[in-house]
Design a protein around this ligand. Sequence first.
Ligand code: MAN
Length: 356
Amino acid sequence: MIERLFTQCLARPADVAPSREDLEVVGVFNPGAAPWGDGSDDVALLARIAERPREKREGYLALPRYDIEADEITIDWAPLDSLELFDPRVVRVKATGQLRLTFVSHLRFMRLTDGRKLAEPDLVRVYPAQPGEEYGIEDPRLTPLEGRCAITYVAVSHHGVATALAETTDFRRFERRGAIFCPENKDVVLFPDRIGGQYIAVHRPNPHQHFTPPEMWLARSPDLEHWGAHAFFYSGGAGAWDAGRIGAGPPPVRIDEGYLLVYHGMSSPLDSPDLGVYAAGALLLDAQDPSRILKRTPEPFFVPTEDFESTGFVSAVVFPTGIVRRGDEVLLYYGAADESTGVVGFAVSDILSAME
Ligand code: MAN
């Protein structure tokens, strides 16, 4: 493992105001990040805020969701014996066999000064607004692209987990452009440049029939809305640290040697009750043909070590979703233990030297 240049916890649930007094924030995590772009060292974050009701009812579990028509969070109270509980985040409704979340997420724009200090934690709130978003909007990735910032985000509903596109030019307005990858597909990130005239995305289909563990795929588009030329890209080998679950982290960044793609992985298989440890590795991709993997870190270079990464809503998770390059350093913005947001610095040269 390589040395961290610094680590800082930027925000915990207690630092964030809930949407309503009867709700508690259980997570401020998995943020997208981009340079503010006004000549300062400021960074824009778009963080995921997960909430659930404060009230507890004996024998019941609260299943929050967003009522799109009423434009507010509403709670379904489910008798405990009607549910299968196997994960702090998701439960299965026995009668239908379908999953529900124990929280509902929205997004908040925030401003960091110097990339490391949370100056404005509550600039603008973005709530679910479409039927495909009723169980929440999650894990946004920000990609500076052709003078604006493209946003890919996860839209969860009873139709499943899809990925949608939005864009912003001022880190205040969130202009939706609709679903771009149908369920089940998330951890979608965009390359910051067109390559061969086309936009490129890394995506992570999650097949219901498990002929394979989850894999990362590449797709191409002329306009960011129509995606095709789907091709397998990368998955961890049998028994590897990234064999069980895998997905792109932040969008790839251009460095002299090609594109650096940071991704998350975990060794436990999808249907295992053991959640294991979420850690991050990196791939170096050819700049002209990013489907060519030039090098990779055989082991994760970023694993949970700090208290706020080791203990939380889901323990032992570092989940990078934002990246800002500063010369030979990258700042990684990440979800810690599915609860807090951190920033960590690495030297690009150290990441490259850990690769084979
Ligand atoms: C997984 C986790 C949760 C998330 C759901 C739906 O269970 O990543 O945090 O809410 O998927 O996206």
